[in-house]
Design a protein around this ligand. Structure first.
Ligand code: NDP
Length: 511
């Protein structure tokens, strides 16, 4: 039987290659010549294989699938992909850790990115969420500082728990997200066993022009499952690619993961009087106030055929909204609207949206043109608007911006408007007392103590105790005891120094 014949190697111009193994040299021991263009170009391409790593969410994986509408939600939005029960839209999901680099282990304690691209018949809709419903900061001006504190020190190149707790305790709005991060939810068992959240509030508009504020929740049908800290650490050593492998293998064996999309819906006029500022990314809307309604389901059923082309080059932006869905006055969201597109311009290039994984499945009629690596050209279309020669014209009704009324005010740098029950510690306290089980509470304490014992200064540890005491006094005493600063199981009051307590209070009052 004949072996199948391999194709002939070529260079990237398709010209047959002279050898797979030998450089062009002057005699067997002579010098390699520069005009060995085949080997020289092979080296040059290799040297340029990496695109810049994402500054955040560098280590990730993804899969293709579909979204299917299961309930009539036309009363909330006119978005075409949500227009009728049974409608399916192809989509791609990318999951990631946040702080680690490309080679980092999958199971470290970190929030997880939950980025979705829906290839709708109105262009691409990206929902760039996390596996947590809240975030560490509420103003985009603090994001870069927050990430710097999670990354590496400039002198040693090492991650540093002291700088993490220093930043968190000086930014008490972080308490809700840090409670979730330090709970077992900070170490999800697999990507299939975690929820995804828009976290931000968005707006929607229906065909009659009625507007709503909404939050998106993708609830895992597999059930939420987490690793304990010890299990996560063991898996970090055993298989740093565990989450990547688990998702891939589940899809190969036909165990396609599924999430149920639920939405919380707030009538537009209720935002101003709601007990929490509904645009503050550090807060949830308690389910009792706005019970989630079912919308549809998302199923991942196809692995990428090429990791670089589909996962690394996948580029998401919350600016990719479709008619029927709009923004909200969330200041983190507004920052991300600029930042995501900008980072892809740097990382992939100005035509990143022409790559197959990012390209919409509808025709593009844009006046943007040229630049590096343009692949799709507009042809003879006019290159300016307005024009008299049949060029594209904006559909100003269909694509109208979804706005909201704003109080007239002076240009300035403001904290969020404070609503009746806004404070940085209330919701994490509820999570600790009313949602977590006894075991989860115990794990939260040991996780905090383990993390804050690892190269954290005594001064910052005092603030760590004061911070957790504000979340819950019992939690504060347990953390204090664990850190060797007194307190204990029975104690209601940890030994919080006045200086630390005052510092936390003064920062929190700025909420
Ligand atoms: P509910 O009892 O209605 O909901 C509690 C939520 O907490 C559920 O969605 C549950 O997810 C989730 N949850 C359970 N364990 C954890 C954990 N270790 N880390 C993070 N989330 C967890 O309560 P409320 O809506 O009144 O909210 C109470 C608190 O629950 C909030 O302060 C917030 O900390 C947390 N929470 C609230 C969410 C919301 O959108 N309202 C969303 C997520 C958390 P599941 O149902 O999948 O188990």
């Amino acid at each position: 039987m004949n072996e199948p014949k391999s194709p002939a190697t070529t260079n990237d111009s398709g010209v047959p290659a002279p050898s797979d193994e030998y450089s062009l040299t002057v005699g067997a021991s002579g010098p390699t010549v520069l005009h060995d263009h085949y080997v020289v170009q092979k080296m040059q391409h290799f040297n340029r294989e990496r695109v810049p790593e994402r500054v955040v969410h560098a280590k990730g994986t993804g899969a293709h699938g579909f979204f299917e509408v299961t309930e009539d939600v036309t009363w909330i939005t006119k978005a075409s992909f949500l227009a009728e029960v049974g409608k399916r839209t192809p989509m791609f999901a990318r999951f990631s850790t946040v702080a680690g680099e490309q080679g980092y282990a999958d199971t470290v304690r970190d929030p997880r990115g939950f980025a979705l691209k829906f290839y709708t018949d109105d262009g691409n809709y990206d929902l760039v969420g996390n596996n947590t419903p809240v975030f560490f900061v509420r103003d985009a001006s603090k994001f870069q500082d927050f990430i710097h504190s999670q990354k590496r020190l400039p002198d040693t190149g090492m991650r540093d728990n002291d700088m993490q707790w220093d930043f968190w305790t000086l930014s008490p709005e972080s308490a809700h997200q840090v409670t979730i991060l330090m709970s077992d939810a900070g170490t999800p068992r697999t990507l299939r066993h975690m929820n995804g959240y828009s976290s931000h509030t968005f707006s929607t508009i229906n065909a009659a022009g009625e507007r709503f504020w909404v939050k998106f929740h993708f609830k895992t049908v597999q059930g939420r499952e987490n690793f304990s800290d010890a299990e996560a650490r063991a898996m970090t050593a055993e298989d740093p690619d565990f989450h990547r492998r688990d998702l891939r293998e589940a899809i190969i064996r036909g165990d396609n993961p599924e999430w149920r999309l639920e939405m919380q819906v707030m009538p537009f006029a209720q935002a101003a009087g709601y007990r929490f500022n509904p645009f503050d990314l550090t807060k949830v809307w308690p389910h009792g106030d706005y019970p989630p309604i079912q919308v549809g389901r998302m199923v991942l059923d196809r692995n990428p055929a090429n990791f670089f082309a589909e996962v690394e080059q996948a580029s998401f932006s919350p600016a990719n909204l479709v008619p029927g869905i709009g923004l909200s006055p969330d200041k983190m969201l507004m920052g991300r609207i600029f930042s995501y597109h900008d980072t892809h311009l740097h990382r992939i290039g100005p035509n990143y949206e022409q790559l197959p994984i990012n390209a919409p499945k509808v025709a593009v009629h844009s006046y943007n043109k040229d630049a590096h690596m343009t692949f799709k050209h507009a042809g003879a279309q006019p290159v300016y608007a307005p024009n008299s020669y049949g060029g594209p014209q904006a559909d100003t009704d269909r694509a109208a911006d979804l706005g909201w009324p704003v109080d007239a005010g002076e240009l300035g740098r403001y904290a969020y408007a404070k609503h009746a029950e806004d404070d940085d510690f209330g919701q994490p306290g509820t999570l600790y007392r009313d949602v977590l089980s006894d075991t989860e509470r115990d794990h939260l304490v040991t996780n905090i103590v383990g993390h804050a014992s690892d190269h954290v200064s005594a001064q910052v540890q005092q603030r760590v105790i004061a911070y957790w005491t504000r979340v819950d006094t019992q939690l504060g005493s347990r953390v204090a005891a664990g850190l060797g600063h007194g307190g204990g199981e029975g104690s209601r009051q940890g030994p919080v120094t006045e200086e630390a307590a005052n510092l936390i209070a003064s920062r929190a009052n700025r909420a």
